[in-house]
Each structure stands twice: as C-alpha cells, then as structure tokens.
Design a protein. Sequence first.
Length: 168
Amino acid sequence: MIRSLVKIGILLVVAILVYNYFFGTDTERDNSRKIFGQMRDVVVSVGQLVKTEKNNFNAGKYDAALDKLGDAYRAIRDRAQYVDEKVLKRLDELEDRKAQLQTEIDSIEKGDQAADALAKKGLKKDAKSEQQKATKAADQKRRKEELQRELESLLRDSESLLKQAEEN
C-alpha cells in the first residue's frame, strides 16, 4: 500500500516536472531544468560509484576484509579457554558464513574473468549474444550487491561476537 503511494507520488512529481519543462512559465522551466541537471549529476555520481566499487572488488577489497575476519576468528579461538560454549558455537557459524562468502567471491571472480576472456576473443556481435552479455553483467552486479550486504552483515555479527567474547 505504502509502496504504491510512493510510486504514484514519484510519478506525479515527474509528470509535473515534465509538464513544467515544456509548458510552464519561464521560472517553472528554469526550476525544471535545474532539477533535471541535478538528477543527471546524481546519475553520473552513482555510475562513478559503481565503477569504483567494481575496481575495489577487482582489487581484492572483499578478500582483505575476509582475511581480517579470519584473523579475528583465530584470535578468539586461541583464547577459547576463556570463552564460553555459546561464543564458540557462534564463532563456528560465522566461520561457515565467511567460507560461503569466500566461495561466492571466487565464483564471481571466475565469472568476471570468463566475461573478459569472451570480450577479448572478439566473437561475432549479434543481438542475442549482446543481450546475453547484458543479462550476465546484470546478474554479476546483483550478486556483487548481495555479497556486499552479506559481508556487512557478517562484519556486524563478528563485531557483536567480539564484544561478547571480551565481556566474558
């Protein structure tokens, strides 16, 4: 219900902006041009952010974070004599999640390498292959976004576990 109202509201705002851009007074046209210019700047900024994140991913940003988590887990396990059983169970769960994320990262990297290899071969470009490439790229982007959310969740959970281990 709320989602529908938000969509209708956004559609209404866009319709008003377009109307003012073409049929409004001079001040309304100027305001619409400013807003569209700002929207273009936002789209460009988001595009740059996506490129930066892709470069960070390719540079191993997530690998470093997972390595740090692994080091923290080993430190907790080394001091296991001071930690209760619940913390150790939770640590095992977090290590499993870390291993799954590492597997996912490896899978994404292999997909990116395969896509790069196909692009370098210079295969015939037809509509169907271009559509498949676009679909695969969109899927890779979605997987990377999911991976980022999962990694952030894992980091939060790890931080709470570390605090809990320190309290004991």
